[in-house]
Write a protein that binds this ligand. Sequence first.
Ligand code: ZN
Length: 130
Amino acid sequence: MTAFGPPIESDAATAPFFAAAARDELVLPRCASCGGWYPPEVTICCGALEWAAAAGHGILVTWAVVHTAPHPAFASLLPFRTALVELAEGPWLQVRLVGPGEPAAGCPVRITFAHPAEGASYPVGTLEGP
Ligand SMILES: [Zn+2]
């Protein structure tokens, strides 16, 4: 996949997420006490959060077509779609939406990964069709 946007730099808190993305794996925080799953940015629950392997698919909740670059590095790629995907485990993940076909709420989405030459690998959503 071609480069998209500015390079992503991981830090200590996000390194496990982006290391998994580099292996084409989606991981999410999961509470060791209650078993709850969370989106990547969540850091607290009733027990320790541990990165756990997620199924890597979900359904499309909503999307938007971006016509104005939020950063100069996106300018040559306009327009593109951004979406919220409800993952099989429950959390919502914001991703760029790729693939043929017209999006519709409830469409199945597979999480795939972009591996830019610079910066961290990251998840994208691929429409699987109605
Ligand atoms: Zn918990």
